[in-house]
Design a protein around this ligand. Structure first.
Ligand SMILES: [Zn+2]
Length: 409
């Protein structure tokens, strides 16, 4: 590290130079209850210790409570209104195309990871799915690879040759708990070998989409995670844990999914294909949730907003309908990338487009998903004591600030 650098400033926030290796972990889909239940069951002794004796808070994620907007908020320290990534998927009006929001060209500010690397820190990033890798690693000098494609890494592109051989585990299936375990195993290997100043680890919510807090499968996942976090701690790292969003059952009492098909309603009210429903949860890996979440944005003909908003708000299962300006103010979203209305469904309900456009055949467990206000609360844990006022609202994207600036000795 450079001897003269004592802090960096990015996106209006200042961060102290790490005094020890700092590891921020984003546990995808980590509803707070997963940690509580695993700790209570004795499955996560390290996490239980942090909760009991160090820093354990709840923080608010970014709405829409989806993976890309929140991961990018955590690594930039700012909401989507600033960084621009407001979904996994959106309608690019300029290109008139519905596209994945995985391309760094959509990113409107720099990341802490790139800024620390540029200032001379060694930085490493490991993410479960490759879809996030290019966004997280944008403009960053250092190591950045995914579990999913660990067999394809090169020094030139990922900062490391043969990450698969380096980690020493088999290449995991993209739909597996092992995809996340690989992230943690890689993090420990990296800490043992290169000891990066700053590390960011981001998992996948495969387990959380299938298994509720406290179930044997969920506790087994947190037991696995706990062991790796304990090793990072033992290696001297300051470890912050947060999540991109929570997770809830989206089913009725009989276990059937509760779905409001927005496009079908709008086609009936306005005529076929007059409105355009965008589901920002959409990504190439939809098997475990069928592209069904609790947040949608809707494009409408001019002048239709207020009337349609009222009709949508009257539908069973809909929690909130806001016009664009109000939604972007409240949720800190970029107005040019959102539709005319934002629709949020209730805790146990999801929104879809048209019934015919969702393939639910891959759902082999009752639907669990996220996207709405009901998945906004996530844990923010740190294996150090901190100076944080008890009543301050924390965001998940305060994780680096807490780990770097708030440790109390
Ligand atoms: Zn996620």
């Amino acid at each position: 590290m450079s001897a003269t650098v004592t802090s960096i400033t990015l996106n209006g926030r200042t961060y102290r130079w790490p005094q020890a290796p700092v590891v921020v972990v984003c546990v995808d889909g980590c509803e707070p209850d997963y940690v509580t239940r695993a700790a209570a069951a004795g499955a996560a002794p390290w996490l239980a210790g942090v909760v009991a004796t160090q820093t354990s808070r709840l923080a608010d994620a970014v709405v829409p409570t989806f993976t890309n907007p929140n991961n990018l908020s955590i690594v930039t320290g700012v909401p989507p209104a600033v960084h621009g990534i407001c979904g996994n998927y959106f309608w690019d009006r300029d290109a008139d195309a519905e596209v994945m929001m995985n391309d760094p060209k959509y990113l409107r500010c720099g990341t802490l990871l790139a800024a620390f690397a540029q200032a001379g820190a060694s930085v490493a990033v490991v993410t479960a799915k490759d879809k996030l890798r290019r966004l997280l690693g944008h403009d960053m000098q250092g190591i950045c690879f995914s579990s999913e494609k660990a067999d394809q890494t090169t020094k030139a592109e990922h900062g490391i040759d043969d990450a698969l051989g380096f980690v020493g585990l088999p290449l995991p299936d993209v739909y597996s708990a092992a995809l996340s375990e690989f992230v943690f195993a890689a993090g420990v290997k990296l800490m043992e070998s290169m000891r990066p100043d700053v590390m960011y680890l981001s998992t996948t919510d495969y387990v959380q989409h299938k298994h509720a807090p406290g179930t044997p499968e969920a506790n087994a996942f947190y037991r696995m995670m706990d062991g790796y976090l304990a090793r990072l701690d033992a290696l001297g790292a300051i470890v912050a844990l947060t999540a991109d969003h929570g997770m809830n059952a989206k089913t009725d009492g009989a276990g059937a999914p509760r779905i409001v098909y927005l496009q079908d309603h709008l086609d009936t009210w306005l005529g076929p294909a007059t409105a355009r429903v965008i589901l920002p949860i959409t990504d190439p890996y939809v098997v475990h949730h069928g592209a069904l979440g609790s947040f949608a944005t809707v494009y409408l003909p001019a002048g239709a907003e207020a009337g349609v908003a009222k009709r949508l708000a009257d539908l069973a299962g809909i929690e909130l309908v806001l016009e664009r300006a109000e939604a972007c103010r409240r949720f800190e979203l970029p107005p040019d990338r959102m539709g005319d209305l934002v629709v949020v469904s209730e805790r146990h309900t999801v929104v879809g487009t048209a019934a015919a456009r969702h393939d639910l055949s891959g759902l082999d467990a009752p639907l669990r998903s996220h996207g709405g206000l009901s998945e906004q609360q996530v844990p923010l844990l740190l294996n150090r004591r901190t100076r944080l006022s008890a009543d301050a609202r924390l965001r998940n994207f305060d994780a680096f600030d807490v780990a770097l600036n708030r440790v109390s000795g």
